[in-house]
Design a protein around this ligand. Structure first.
Ligand SMILES: O=P(O)(O)OC[C@@H](O)[C@@H](O)c1c[nH]c2ccccc12
Length: 259
């Protein structure tokens, strides 16, 4: 089994257990929905989706002293357009509770980043205060992708639909994705290359904003992606490990100015 298959196998068990336990929304009221997709288009230049990621299967623990609320505030101060919250527990050491907690301290739209394979996870995302969910083409068949897209939209959530190659891109566009993420990291073997975004760029219709994900850490990376017409970048490790995360977001934003 490759890592993606291992994660999905575990996710099936996790979702079954969580479903049995029932939806346990936070006790406090969740602030109203914030448009995620629109926030990426709001400003000129490349928008930054800053990720809260404590650990990853490829790198292990990225930040030993991981303080998500403090980081979220710094991301906001640096000019992030939105925040991605990794909620997978087993492989990324995240928690769904972080969504609600972050929502109370920053006013940015939030993406639930997890391995969604079930309608229940869309309901959970909504209940805990996400404004958008990630849907990964590599782990969903066409039918389920269409159903989850429809379900999320009915709940008022935007969907960032992630692809790695031409075939997946064609598939998600046919399913009606209106916000596409190209993951520069191959989740099967962990190799990372920004070229993946540059290669797929021309196949994405102009009205579909494109997000380049993973392996982006320098202003030069962002400048190349800006020249290719990318709408936003999704950055985790480079920000979580930065000595000054606000400044790191600012530097990426500066390189993406004037799209
Ligand atoms: O830490 P990086 O290389 O900046 O990557 C962030 C993000 O793209 C990555 O965490 C990610 C992209 N797609 C995913 C799907 C599941 C889990 C994680 C991911």
């Amino acid at each position: 089994m490759n890592i993606l298959e291992t994660i999905v196998a575990h996710k099936r068990e996790e979702v079954a257990a969580r479903r049995r336990a029932g939806l346990r929304p936070p006790e406090r009221e969740i602030a109203p929905h914030r448009p995620f997709r629109a926030a990426l288009l709001d400003e000129p230049g490349v928008s930054v989706i800053a990720e809260l990621k404590k650990a990853s299967p490829s790198k292990g623990v990225l930040a030993a002293d991981f303080r998500p609320l403090d980081l979220a505030r710094r991301y906001r101060a640096g000019g992030a357009a939105a925040i991605s919250v990794l909620t997978d527990e087993r492989f990324f050491q995240g928690r769904i509770e972080t969504l609600a907690a972050v929502r109370e301290v920053v006013d940015l739209p939030l993406l639930r980043k997890d391995f969604l394979i079930d309608h229940f996870q869309v309901d959970e995302a909504f209940a805990w205060g996400a404004d958008a969910v990630l849907l990964i083409a590599a782990i969903l068949d066409r039918v389920l992708l269409g159903e989850l897209l429809a379900h999320a939209r009915e709940a008022g959530l935007d969907c960032l639909v992630e692809v790695h190659d031409e075939r997946e891109l064609e598939e998600v566009l046919a399913a009606g994705a209106d916000l596409v993420g190209v993951n520069n990291r191959n989740l099967r073997d962990f190799t990372v290359s920004i070229e993946t975004t540059l290669r797929l760029r021309e196949r994405v219709p102009g009205e579909v904003p494109l997000v380049s994900e993973s392996g982006i850490s320098t202003p030069e990376d962002v400048a190349r992606l800006r020249a290719a017409g990318v709408t936003a970048v999704l950055v985790g490790e480079g920000l979580v490990t930065a000595p000054d995360p606000a400044e790191a977001v600012r530097a990426l934003r500066g390189a993406g100015a004037g799209r």
